[in-house]
Design a protein around this ligand. Sequence first.
Ligand code: ADP
Ligand code: MG
Length: 279
Amino acid sequence: MSNIDTSSPVIELRSLTKTYGLGDAEHRALDGVDLTIEQGEFITIMGPSGCGKTTLLNILGLLDRGTEGDYLLDGGSMEKMGGSRRARIRSQQIGIVFQNFNLINRLSVIENVALPLTYRGMLRTKRLQQASDILKNFHLSEREYYMPWQLSGGQMQRVAIARALVSNPSIILADEPTGNLDSKSSHIIMEELSDIHKRGNTIIMVTHNPALTTYASRVIHMLDGKIDSDTKIPINVESTTEKVPLGAKRTAKEKPEKKPAKKRKTKAKAKPKTKAKKS
Ligand code: ADP
Ligand code: MG
């Protein structure tokens, strides 16, 4: 599923515009965005509040549509596609981590995580097994049968990320996944995302934390609905290891070692890849 084919982009936005409101109240949340993303990129998107980051992720995640322009996913136009086909593509290819978790309060942790698998027609026992496997990666095995409201913020966000990853999506969209988290939870999340990236998947993450750009292969700054700067960061080619399905069990031994800080050129001052900072 995740053959790296650098010749054709996985995502292409062509003059994409998103307008809210009418007449005097009209506001361009996205203002003619052109963007090409290859499979296997790890992109961080930064920019001030209100510049259009969430709007962009919602469109990329097929939760919303642009007003003008086009969005091509694997070469196919998404803007003209009907809702049910878009929903199917979303459930097969895209994992979304929302800014505010969006966990379902009446379902237990394991049921929340297993939810995306119901759209795959998988049997319940298999769904729960797969959910349980991925919860281990996030150190949440003991919390499987807790309800969301019994968790801390960091635990809730880890559940939300486990849910986004359980169906092995090749594209992961995350809206400030470590915002407001303690450093331990941030570290677990960033290591997991980094691991998924190394297995050939595409990650697009909104963050306010410049330290987290050290995980990225590309940093995009947005301003007023436009891309203000777009910087590719050389990464360790040897660290791109063979691809294992997402959600597959991994032992501690198989976990990638933390890379030493590499000289990476980035506009935002790159910090050595240490544990995520307290913010
Ligand atoms: P960011 O995530 O960068 O903070 P957003 O994408 O949430 O920014 O919002 C971009 C702009 O679009 C903001 O000015 C916001 O107020 C506006 N906006 C976002 N969603 C809506 C909406 N549903 N209706 C009207 N305006 C919206
Ligand atoms: Mg936002």
